[in-house]
Design a protein around this ligand. Structure first.
Ligand SMILES: [Zn+2]
Ligand SMILES: [Zn+2]
Length: 240
C-alpha cells in the first residue's frame, strides 16, 4: 500500500494543482474538498435509499415483510447472517471500482473509501475483518491484491481488528458470470480454507464487489465449519 499511497498522493497533489477540486463524476469544480461533489453524492446509487432484506441485502417490498427477511432467505437461509453494501454496482461506482482493479487508478480506491467509510465504521466495530481471499495466481496476474489494499487503507483511517491471512482461496475458480445458481455453487464449492484458528465469534468478510452471493456464501460455510458463530459480509458495492 505504501507504493499506492505514494502514487496516489503524488497524482492527487499534481492533479489538484492543475484541476483544483474537480468532481471525479461530473467534472465540475467542487467547492468542498471531496473527490465527488455534493450534487453527485446525492445521486450515487446508495443501497440505504431502498428497503432491503436484513440477511441478503437485496431489495424487498417494504410492505410485504414484517421480519424484513426476503422469501428466498426464509426458504433457504444463507450461511452468512447479514450482507451489507454501501452501493449498488451501478454507474459511476462500477467504473470507479473497475478503474481501481484493472487500470491502476489508485485515486479511485481513496474515493471509494471516502464514500463508504461511515457505513463501514458502524459494522467494523463488532468483529474481526477478513478479506475475501483471492487465489495467488490472480494476485500475481493483477500485480496487487485489491481487497488487501482497501482494508489496509481503511484501517489507517478507522481502527478495527483485521487479519489478512486467516483465510485463503485454494481453488482458482472460474468467473461466476454467465453461470446459473447451481453451477455457481458447484464452481466455488471447497474453494476456501481457514488457515489458522479464528478466536472471534463474529467475522466480517470484506469484499469490494459482491456480484453473486454464492462465493461469500461458500466462504461463510467454511468459516462457520471452523467454529465462527456469526458471519457478516461487507462490500463497497453489490449487484441487485
Ligand atoms: Zn459532481
Ligand atoms: Zn434475503
Amino acid at each position: 500500500m505504501k507504493g499506492i499511497n505514494k502514487l496516489y498522493k503524488l497524482g492527487s497533489a499534481t492533479s489538484r494543482m492543475i484541476y483544483p477540486w474537480v468532481c471525479c463524476v461530473c467534472g465540475s469544480h467542487n467547492k468542498g474538498q471531496s473527490a465527488v461533489c455534493d450534487l453527485c453524492i446525492s445521486h450515487l446509487p446508495w443501497c440505504f435509499n431502498e428497503s432491503v432484506c436484513v440477511v441478503c441485502g437485496l431489495p424487498i417490498a417494504a410492505n410485504l415483510s414484517v421480519t424484513k427477511v426476503c422469501g428466498e432467505c426464509q426458504k433457504v437461509p444463507p450461511n452468512y447472517d447479514g450482507l451489507h453494501a454501501s452501493f449498488w454496482y451501478q454507474s459511476p461506482i462500477d467504473k470507479l471500482i473497475s478503474g481501481y482493479k484493472y487500470l491502476n487508478q489508485w485515486e479511485n480506491a481513496h474515493t471509494l473509501i471516502e464514500l463508504s467509510i461511515e457505513k463501514f465504521t458502524e459494522i467494523s466495530k463488532t468483529g474481526l475483518v477478513v478479506p475475501m481471499p483471492s487465489h495467488p495466481a490472480r494476485v500475481r496476474e493483477r500485480g496487487f491484491n485489491a481487497v488487501f489494499e482497501l482494508i489496509k487503507a481503511l484501517n489507517k483511517k478507522v481502527k478495527f481488528d483485521c487479519d489478512l491471512n486467516s483465510v485463503a482461496r485454494t481453488k482458482n475458480t472460474e468467473t461466476q458470470t454467465g453461470k446459473v445458481k447451481i453451477q455457481r455453487r458447484k464452481n466455488v464449492k471447497g474453494a476456501f480454507t481457514v488457515v489458522k484458528p479464528i478466536q472471534n465469534d463474529h467475522v466480517i468478510v470484506f469484499d469490494e464487489v459482491v456480484t453473486t452471493s454464492a462465493t461469500v456464501n461458500e466462504l461463510s460455510r467454511c468459516l462457520k465449519k471452523s467454529g465462527v458463530k456469526y458471519v457478516s459480509v461487507w462490500a463497497i458495492a453489490r449487484t441487485k
